[in-house]
Design a protein around this ligand. Structure first.
Ligand SMILES: [Zn+2]
Length: 379
């Protein structure tokens, strides 16, 4: 699947330079948020991944409408919000993208609750900032400021730090699903926390972990002749042991350096009552500047699994976030279970490779996959 991957990588790279065509084609109406809090999601569905929050009075420009959801832009990416929490402000061809969401900071009050098992707190609003503390699910913090996908919180030692908003709930879950009522929302702290922080175990789940390539198939070749299959083998072992530590029943498609066809991998997955199939790969690209992690899925039934794992990875590892992508890989297409393929960094990029090679990175990946799966299974 190397060629396909290059092809997709080229599309991804091209995508950087193509302005959002959808923005031109759309009507560009401006709306104002009418509810206290409004979740921004990656898809037009109430179960889709939350990628951010809007607040009462925030304005946004809408480009498409679908099933009662409207598409806007949030932190530079397409995103969706429930239309019935919006009041029209003006109509016409407004060409600016919604940008309120990325800059509505200032003494914002309220609390948030962490809803992922192991979350880093950083010194600034992004994955590039140093980790200054850690936290875990169920912890509640006072919100000091918001910036895009990141929220500034007050720590117990009096300092402040930043946390990825998508790993938290704003103590007001389900604003768009259940209620327009501000009082109900703001008083609903415990209910919201318990909705997302339910069970932090993978007990009872069968996970097929697929170390890509092996044997006569080295996979991609990276800087200094490093072979994808070797890095994949050690990473998959680490992920398997972490998932087992969380109680999962892990089935490895290959556990040593030998060749295994795609059909054999698919057969293994389909022989079990598999709850998730996860294929582990590293990426390569002729342009050495290409870097970062992304997660592929083939069908809509696997999309939520992909976003949960990718979001968890992006919040936990120091490589850049290339997001999730649909791809028609055979191993994803023909497995019955929800299936994803993780590209955990570019072995053709010096920075990525220096990180990938460390045991610490592979441990972070293990924890991130476990957290992503728990969010997926228990949300
Ligand atoms: Zn590969």
């Amino acid at each position: 699947m190397k060629h396909l991957r290059y092809f997709l990588a080229i599309i991804l790279l091209l995508g950087i330079f193509i302005p959002a065509e959808t923005a031109k084609a759309a009507n560009g109406d401006t709306y104002e948020v009418s509810s206290m809090l409004l979740h921004v999601r990656d898809e037009p569905a109430s179960g889709a991944t939350i990628v951010g929050l809007l607040h009462k009075g925030d304005k946004l420009t809408v480009f498409h409408e679908k099933y009662g959801w409207v598409q806007t832009y949030y932190a530079g990416k397409t995103a969706w919000v429930a239309k019935h929490h919006l009041i029209p402000v003006s109509t016409g061809n407004v060409s600016t993208q919604a940008s309120t969401s990325t800059s509505n900071n200032t003494g914002d009050s309220g609390n948030l609750t962490v809803n992922a098992s192991s979350v880093n707190i950083r010194s600034g609003p992004g994955l590039d900032y140093p980790i200054i503390a850690g936290t875990s699910s169920g912890e509640t913090y006072t919100v000091a400021e918001r910036s895009g996908d990141w929220t500034k919180i007050k720590l117990s030692n009096g300092n402040t730090g930043w946390i990825a908003s998508w790993l938290t709930s704003a103590n007001a879950v389900s604003t768009e699903e259940t209620s327009h009522n501000v009082q109900t929302v703001s008083n609903n702290k415990t209910a919201s926390a318990s909705k997302q922080v339910t069970n932090h175990s993978l007990s009872g789940f069968n996970i097929v972990l697929d170390a890509g390539h092996g044997g006569r198939d080295p996979g991609a070749i990276g800087l200094g002749g490093v072979q994808e299959k070797d890095l994949v083998t050690s990473t998959a072992k680490q992920v398997a042991s972490t998932l087992r530590a969380y109680g999962a029943n892990v089935i490895e498609t290959r556990s040593g350096d030998y060749f295994l066809s795609l059909d054999e991998r698919i057969h293994i997955s389909n022989s079990y009552d598999t709850h998730a199939f996860i294929s582990v790969h590293y990426n390569a690209f002729p342009v050495v500047s290409a870097q970062g992690i992304n997660t592929f899925y083939a069908s809509n039934t696997s999309r939520a699994l992909a976003s949960n794992v990718q979001n968890s990875l992006a919040a936990s590892v120091p490589l850049s976030n290339r997001g999730t992508m649909q791809a028609n890989y055979k191993v994803l297409r023909n497995t019955n279970a929800p299936a994803i393929l993780m590209e955990l960094g570019f072995i053709t990029n010096a920075y990525d490779l220096s990180v990938i090679r460390t045991a610490e990175y592979q441990q972070q990946v293990g924890e991130a996959v476990a957290n992503g799966l728990m969010n997926y299974f228990h949300n």
